[in-house]
Every structure is written in structure tokens, then in C-alpha cells.
Design a protein around this ligand. Structure first.
Ligand code: TA6
Length: 762
């Protein structure tokens, strides 16, 4: 029987002989045996009757690490919280090919009245213990099932049984600063950790997800692999503290060390409806892990590979009551209400549809899956549903990034610059030493900047008629960036509601400094001046070739925009604005009279009128030639040329909403717009989350369960697929540039080497 349950204890037995025991009290794992060797320490004096936290095993610290500090809501809670002193339920168990799994649950209805009063939040914890032949994974998932956010610490407070504390080494935390709770100071860890006395150290934001306990004297040890956990605590009570603990033997400190993975340096905020998960995988280790950073590539490579088969089922198995309640598998009457409010929509979107893999490949700007500096040092800024935003977030792995997105369930998130150090570490240097070093060249075109000329909509509203302004903008900017600046990797993205974003990802573009970005913007900018100004275009009579090219696009779209969709020349209140641009009151008056006398006159007719009257005026007053001859052209520019929000473009550290977010107001996905199809883009066509869920349901309902190999990602079963595949094609182009650059670098290195060799021989 892979999982048996007797006397308040669940016992997991693996066909290989490996085993584990978990007390329902605290869901405290008290034994893990591999190859018949116990790896977990439990004090002989441990209290196992449910009257006190078990001294040993893996007590679960939640929702506070240590003693909470007033005024924080956890201040009155017992040391290390209530999870380790509450009776959990065994939820279910399963026995798959290589693993035996047991899941334990605790929620607000199971904790004591007293703790419920002290910590009045609705929560549900799911603790999964997955035993394999030579590894064991312990994963904690926290769900906020209430209607108010809460924050928490958590820690897998693992007591490891070791041959001898004074000869053990903890490897993998070198180079990390830690709070030494014995000396009450912060120290920088140099090299491996050895135990020569009482140790109680909190390592925050550790560099590598791999930590090893090496027995040194005796071959071997235990390896910890952290997922979604940033902090590590190392504890050994040594003589004095050991003597001070009634449920701990005075000499037992020789036989144990606590190496505890968790989130303790900062509280984690969990939005209502949000979820978070973190886990550790323990495995026997024969080989010695090298120092952090030395072979990071190697360790990370191993870790990342499984990410790239991109089977999200791990994440999808979140038995979140919201998801479960929403039953992705069932259609309802009109389909749209199956996913509730935007909260729940976002939660489903991040779990089922956000294309994590291509997104990571983009931000990684590399041809290997190893997180590169571009990814590690990129600023992510989360905006939560209550509009608070959390700036300068950065992640070591895609998994961390993914977990935080699911934990925070953000309304949206923005991408900032890539800095010289990880944004999360910026407090470690002076503000002047925290420098943005690269970021895509971006443009942000917002329809509200066309409110003074568009007549069909205003504010946040857009329709296919005014969308043509965006089409012209894309065409003009895209052509200029490619033909004038030679950029190739240009991604246009729908903002989800009333605009477009342009991301130029060429390395040359990413390296541009603010001056150069300002130069490009002023090269592009034609429309200048505030709302009071009538004429906003000041162009030379002979246009720069770039503007001539733009004018061809304008020529093509001006009639349908100004004559048809916006009917600028139909209503006096609109054509008055055009007349205001003509710097000649005589011509203005003549046209006004002409058009007032024939209100039904076709707009195209009226446009001819305008050109005719100007032509006539010039022929009668040649001195007015320079002033008037290009007015029709300038009016065309003023009514169709792109209107740039230059702040976004000229500042390397300016934030911009990320592609593939969901617009919280429209519920539409911010999808890429293939430039070659921009004329046919309809701003109401990108999918909403209810639509994606309906498509997913329909697909699963009409397609028999696929085998592993042909298992599709959920987004591949929906209309999001086309957009993501376009994005992947964009990435392929980028990868080619990166690969070519690496090849050149290798060539140059080789040449350099050859040169230095022949010099030495001279
Ligand atoms: O995790 C280390 C630590 O916080 C130490 O400070 C020490 O107090 C240890 O936990 C044990 O705490 P406990 O409440 O179980 O006595």
C-alpha cells in the first residue's frame, strides 16, 4: 500500500524501498529513508502527542517566521505560526509510475479559535509530499480564499540527520549576505558554511537554487533544490541552546543541522483569490556541488531543461477553489459568465494561457535556456488590482517569475530596463550605482492623443474607424525603423484597449542611450504643439526622404480617414479646425462660405476646393507661395501622421506594459500585431479570457485526451495560438541574430588567439 494512514500518521512507501512518514499534526514529515538510510532528524525527546511542535522532521512555518513584530497582524501568533501546531487532513494520495504522493490540507476552519482570532484570514494550504526512489519533494501551496489580501512568511524547517555537525559543510550560499541572529549583525558569507558553535543565520535572496549539505568526513550528503523559495535559514543550537530545550537532548546538536528553505526575509503579499507555491526537492548527493556561480550554467541548465518541454500541467494542478469552482471543462449558458470577475479571469489566464516559454526566450536574449543577465537584471513592475504597483522586481528563473505572477495575480505588469545588477539587489548599492544598461527601443501610440481630430470616439473608446490612425502609425514608424535605422526585430503589440506598443529588440536598439533615443524620436516627430495650437506641422518645402516615404502612406489613408471614417469635412465644427490651419483668412473665409452654402458637398469635393482656393490665391499673390503651397500636405500630415508619447521612448528606464498582459478594463489580451497584417487588425478581435476559456472547453470537449507526446498547451487550443506562433517567429529571427553574433565573437577570439600565438613566436 503506497500510502497508509494509521495513528494520525501517513506512511509513504516507494517500490524502491524509499519511505517517508508524515504526522497529521503540523503535517510534519518525520522520516525520509533512502537506501534504508534515515535522512531526517527527530529528537528522541520530541513530543509526538500533538501538544507541542515536533522537535525535528520538517515543521511547516506559516504564516510567520519566528515571533511576529507589532504592529504586524502576526505579532501575537505563536513562534513560527500555527501551521506546525495544527491538525491537518490527509486530502488524497496517489501512486504514479515513479512517485508516491500524499497531499495534506489545512484551512481556516481547522485552526484553533484563538489563532483564527489572531489571524482572521480565509486561507487554504495544500502540502504535497512526493516520494521517488532517491528524491523527495515537499511543496506548499497557499491559497487566499478570502476577500482581503494577507501576507505571510513560510519555511520548510528541515532538520537533517547528519554524521557529525562539526565536520559538515553547507555549500551553495557563498557570496550571500545573511542575518546572523547569534551575533545580531549582517555578514557576507565567504565560502562554505561550517558549524563550530551555535549557528542561526538567515540567508536572504540566495543566488543559486541549489544548496548541499556535504558530510565531508563521510562521502555524500543531501542536496536541496529550491523552487520559488528565495531564502535559506541555517540553524544548529549547539551546546547552550540544546540544553535549554526540554524536547531536545543535550548532545543531539552533534547529529543534526537545520537547512531551511523558505520566504522569511520579507512577507509575501497574497491578493484575494491569489495563490503561491514553493517547494524543495531533497536528493541524496554523492557528488559535491561546486561553489555558487562557478558552474551556475551547468546547474541551471539541468534545472531549466524540464521547463522547456513546457508542460504546464505542474502548475495547472493547482486545486485552487477558484479554478476548481470554474470547471474549465464545462460550458455554461452564454459562456461569458463562466469565469466570474476579472480577478478570476486573470487567475485562469496566468495559469492556462500566458505563453511563459516564448516570453522567457524573449527576455533572455540568448540561444541557451540558461537565464542570462538580460533576464536576471530585467526590471518587472507588477500592478495589482488595487492599483498598487511593485517596482524593481527581478527573477533568477522562469519558475520564480511564473510563481510570482500567479501569486500576485496582477492586473498587469510592465517591463522596465535591464540594469547593471539585479533590481531586487538595488538596495545593496548606492542609487547612483544602480544603472539601466539596456532596453528595447519602444514607441507608445495612444488613441487619446488623436481625440482632438477623431470624431467617432474619444477617451478610452476605440473602433475600427479610428483604428486606421494606428494602422498609419505602425506603417510609418515600422518603415522608418527598418529603412532608416536598419532595425529588423520589431514587434508591434496591441495595448489591449486604445493603442499600440512597438518593441524594437535589435541589440543595437537595446544599447541606445537616452540621447540617442531622443534623437530617434525627434527624427520621427512631426506633430508638435499643445491643443490650443491650430497648425502643429512645420515641414520644409522639400521633404526628407523618410517623410516623403511617410507621405505615400498618408496619401493612401488620408481620404478614408478624413473624408469617410472621421467625416472631418462634413460638420462645420470639424472642418473649422482644418481651416484654422490655413494661414490666410481670405482663403478660410472663401472656403467657409463655399461649404456652408453647400452642406451636402462631398468631402473629397471640399478637399479639392481647399487645394483649388489655395492654388488660386498663390497664382494671384505669388508672394504667398511659400506660406500656402504646402498647406494641403501639412494638413494631411497633421491629420494622419503618428502622434508619439515621447516620454515612453526617450527614457531607457521608462516602464511599458508587457505583451500578453490582459487589459483589466477590456479583458482583452495584448497580442502581437503582424505588421504585414496591420491593415486588417480589428481592436475588438483579440481574445478575452472568457472567450479563451470557452475555446479551451470546446476543444477539450471535442478532442479525445491526447497522449503525452501530442499534449498541447492550453493556449495552443485557442485563438491565442496564432498570436503566440507569430511571436515565436519573431523570436526565431532574433535568435538568428544572437547566434550570428556569438559565431562572430568566437571567430574574433580565435583570430586574437592566433595573433597572440604568432607574436610570441616572432
Ligand atoms: O529556524 C531557526 C529558528 O528560528 C531558530 O531561531 C530557533 O529558534 C529554531 O528556529 C527553533 O525554533 P523553535 O520555535 O522550534 O524552538
Amino acid at each position: 500500500m503506497p500510502v497508509s494512514h494509521q495513528n494520525n500518521k501517513a506512511v509513504l512507501t516507494h517500490p524502491s524501498g524509499a519511505s517517508a512518514e508524515v504526522y497529521l499534526y503540523g503535517a510534519t514529515l518525520t522520516s525520509w529513508k533512502v537506501a534504508n538510510k534515515e535522512r531526517i532528524f527527530v529528537s528522541e525527546k520530541a513530543i509526538l502527542d500533538g501538544s507541542k511542535a515536533i522537535r525535528g522532521g520538517i515543521p511547516l512555518v506559516f504564516p510567520v517566521f519566528g515571533k511576529g513584530k507589532a504592529p504586524h497582524v502576526t505579532a501575537a501568533l505563536p513562534q513560527h505560526g500555527f501551521a506546525r501546531i495544527s491538525l491537518w487532513k490527509l486530502l488524497n494520495s496517489s501512486d504514479e509510475t515513479n512517485t508516491v504522493t500524499a497531499e495534506f490540507g489545512l484551512d481556516h476552519s481547522l485552526i484553533s479559535e484563538e489563532n483564527r482570532k489572531l489571524w482572521p484570514f480565509d486561507f487554504s494550504l495544500v502540502y504535497t509530499v512526493k516520494l521517488a526512489a532517491d528524491t523527495i519533494e515537499t511543496k506548499l501551496r497557499v491559497h487566499n480564499v478570502g476577500d482581503k489580501s494577507f501576507d505571510f512568511n513560510t519555511l520548510l524547517h528541515t532538520y537533517f540527520l547528519i554524521p557529525d555537525a562539526s565536520s559538515v559543510k553547507v555549500i551553495g550560499l557563498s557570496g550571500v549576505d545573511y542575518v546572523d541572529k547569534v551575533l545580531q549583525t549582517t555578514v557576507h558569507q565567504e565560502g562554505d558554511i561550517v558549524i563550530k558553535g551555535e549557528v542561526d543565520s538567515v540567508y536572504a535572496n540566495v543566488k543559486s537554487p541549489d544548496v548541499q549539505i556535504s558530510y565531508v568526513a563521510e562521502q555524500g550528503g543531501v542536496q536541496l533544490h529550491l523552487k520559488g523559495l528565495n531564502d535559506v535559514v541555517v540553524w544548529n543550537p549547539w551546546v547552550a541552546k540544546a540544553a535549554g530545550m526540554a524536547d531536545f537532548g543535550n548532545e543531539e546538536f552533534h547529529k543534526m543541522i537545520c537547512v531551511e528553505a523558505g520566504q522569511v526575509a520579507e512577507f509575501i503579499a497574497l491578493a484575494a483569490g491569489g495563490s503561491w507555491e514553493g517547494s524543495q526537492v531533497l536528493s541524496e548527493s554523492q557528488r559535491t556541488v561546486v561553489e555558487a556561480g562557478q558552474a551556475e550554467g551547468q546547474a541551471e541548465k539541468d534545472d531549466l531543461d524540464h521547463l522547456f518541454d513546457m508542460d504546464d500541467s505542474e502548475l495547472l494542478k493547482v486545486d485552487n477553489p477558484w479554478v476548481a469552482g470554474t470547471t474549465v471543462g464545462g460550458l455554461s449558458s452564454n459562456g461569458d459568465d463562466i469565469v466570474g470577475d476579472i480577478h478570476q479571469q486573470l487567475m485562469l489566464y496566468y495559469r492556462h494561457f500566458f505563453p511563459f516559454k516564448p516570453f522567457f526566450q524573449w527576455l533572455n536574449y540568448d540561444i541557451t535556456p540558461k537565464p542570462s543577465k538580460s533576464f536576471l537584471n530585467r526590471e518587472i513592475c507588477w500592478t495589482l488590482m488595487d492599483e498598487t504597483f511593485i517596482r524593481f522586481q527581478s527573477y533568477r528563473t522562469l519558475e520564480e517569475f511564473k510563481n510570482d505572477m500567479i501569486r500576485l495575480n496582477p492586473a498587469k505588469f510592465d517591463l522596465g530596463a535591464i540594469y547593471n545588477i539585479r533590481p531586487k539587489d538595488r538596495h545593496k548599492v548606492s542609487p547612483a550605482a544602480f544603472i539601466p544598461v539596456s532596453k528595447e527601443m519602444v514607441f507608445d501610440i495612444d488613441m487619446t492623443d488623436y481625440d482632438e481630430i477623431r470624431t467617432c470616439c474619444s477617451g478610452a473608446d476605440v473602433c475600427t474607424r479610428c483604428w486606421e490612425f494606428m494602422t498609419v502609425a505602425m506603417k510609418i514608424i515600422d518603415a522608418a525603423m527598418r529603412d532608416d535605422f536598419g532595425f529588423k526585430h520589431i514587434l508591434w503589440v496591441y495595448s489591449g484597449r486604445r493603442g499600440i506598443h512597438c518593441w524594437i529588440a535589435d541589440e543595437r536598439a537595446r544599447q541606445l542611450n537616452n540621447e540617442q533615443r531622443k534623437a530617434i524620436v525627434s527624427y520621427m516627430e512631426v506633430i508638435k504643439g499643445g491643443t490650443q495650437q491650430g497648425k502643429k506641422v512645420k515641414l520644409p518645402s522639400t521633404l526628407h526622404p523618410s517623410l516623403s516615404r511617410s507621405f505615400e502612406t498618408i496619401n493612401k489613408h488620408f481620404p478614408s480617414i478624413v473624408f469617410d471614417s472621421q467625416e472631418i469635412l462634413t460638420e462645420p465644427e470639424n472642418w473649422e479646425k482644418i481651416l484654422a490651419i490655413i494661414p490666410d483668412e481670405g482663403v478660410q473665409a472663401q472656403l467657409r462660405e463655399e461649404w456652408e452654402d453647400s452642406p451636402g458637398r462631398a468631402p473629397a469635393q471640399k478637399w479639392e476646393d481647399l487645394k483649388d482656393y489655395i492654388g488660386k490665391e498663390i497664382s494671384e499673390h505669388s508672394g504667398k507661395k511659400q506660406l500656402l503651397e504646402h498647406i494641403p500636405r501639412d494638413i494631411m500630415f497633421q491629420y494622419t501622421y503618428p502622434r508619439l508619447d515621447d516620454k515612453v521612448s526617450t527614457n531607457i528606464n521608462h516602464l511599458l506594459k508587457s505583451p500578453f498582459c490582459v487589459h483589466p478594463k477590456t479583458g482583452r489580451v495584448c497580442v502581437p500585431i503582424p505588421i504585414e497584417e496591420c491593415e486588417n487588425f480589428d481592436p475588438s478581435s483579440p481574445p478575452t479570457v472568457p472567450q479563451l476559456v470557452r475555446e479551451l472547453n470546446e476543444y477539450d470537449a471535442t478532442h479525445p485526451a491526447p497522449d503525452e507526446e501530442s499534449k498541447l498547451q492550453d493556449w495552443q487550443k485557442t485563438s491565442l495560438r496564432g498570436y503566440v506562433e507569430y511571436f515565436e517567429r519573431f523570436l526565431k529571427g532574433l535568435s538568428r541574430e544572437i547566434r550570428e553574433k556569438k559565431r562572430q565573437e568566437r571567430e574574433e577570439d580565435k583570430d586574437e588567439e592566433n595573433r597572440s600565438i604568432c607574436c610570441t613566436h616572432k
